[in-house]
Design a protein around this ligand. Sequence first.
Ligand code: SF4
Length: 273
Amino acid sequence: MSVLAGVKDISDGSMVYPGGIVLARAVSVVGFKDSGKTRVVVALVGELVGRGFRVGTLKHTAESVLLDTPGKDSWRHREAGSVATGILHGRGSALFLDRVLTVREAVVRLGELDFVVTEGFKSVGSMAKLIVPRVEGEVGELSNGLEIGIVDVDGRGVRGGGGVQVIPLGDAGGLADVVEERAFPVLPGLDCRGCEFDSCLEFGRALLAGEAELGACVGFGSGFSLRVDGEEVALGPSVQDVTRSVVLDLLSSFEGVGRLGRVEISFEVGDGV
Ligand code: SF4
């Protein structure tokens, strides 16, 4: 069974997921420091782009890096207290946010893409991964059951296991083949059990084993989310359905509310103490 079961292919080639959401498939390139992750990302992105795909990348770093240039206008905006600042110019855009996004939130903000290749998200359990070990023993440390390949950089002689193939870094075509075949969109990370698995990680493992269909994840389709103080609260499908029904019933009783698209509700509760 394909990992993309439950997904509709529409005429322009875009992938549409249950609920009409278009979301890139993602793969995380993981390894310890100086393992060669960036070389793997560069080789994979180049090959996928050469195949005609629109590809984005996302990098995690534990290092403290300066994202803006001290003294520049955007820096001064943030010094003044802005928590979200943008720079737009003729060739691109940059956004500076004073909060850490989830991988899924970041992927959504990258726009409509075919694939997102991420680097450095070792502990994320919601997307397929390519492991880049420095030595054989690191494969087990980096494995969580979502690996779709192990990349051998510079002939380190690492071996696969459990049906996961080893792909030499020089075989960019092989890397892209396994990503095209097995990568799936970043799972919502709600651990809501709507798919009848205990967590997104378990659902992802079942997806790769051909024991689940992507369409069984309710987190893609409903577009329903509840955030408290900026943090997403995991809700099961029945709670989502009941809450959505109550709100829609209420809205239907209001005069002047026409055809509904996106509904947002936001309110303050005391001072949060
Ligand atoms: S249904 Fe819930 S637990 Fe299952 S994959 Fe989707 S978000 Fe994760």
